[in-house]
Write a new protein. Structure first.
Length: 95
């Protein structure tokens, strides 16, 4: 699949996950967010802005469910992505 199309599919899946969250379908939302995240990591990298964007939705899902530890862990990864300006951690292959 061409890279641009793949990114659009990831973004769409994340949008569908957000819609599922809004209607209270937590299981479907989590499934979609995790699938989008997996694709974003493969397509753009573990610390990419695309992965960060999906993680924001996943963080909201965890908070909505009161899953504070998972929300905190997710937020820490989002912070690394924001602070790193991307690329730095990918080149160092930190995970």
């Amino acid at each position: 699949m061409c890279r641009l199309l793949q990114i659009r599919v990831i973004e769409a899946r994340s949008e569908f996950a957000g819609a599922a969250l809004a209607r209270g379908d937590f299981a479907e939302s989590e499934r979609l967010y995790k699938h989008a995240l997996q694709q974003a990591e493969v397509c753009e990298g573990y610390y990419s802005p695309l992965a960060g964007s999906v993680l924001l939705g996943l963080h909201d899902l965890y908070e909505a469910q009161g899953r504070e530890e998972e929300a905190s862990d997710t937020w820490q990864r989002i912070r690394v992505i924001l602070i790193s300006g991307w690329g730095l951690f990918e080149r160092a292959k930190l995970r």
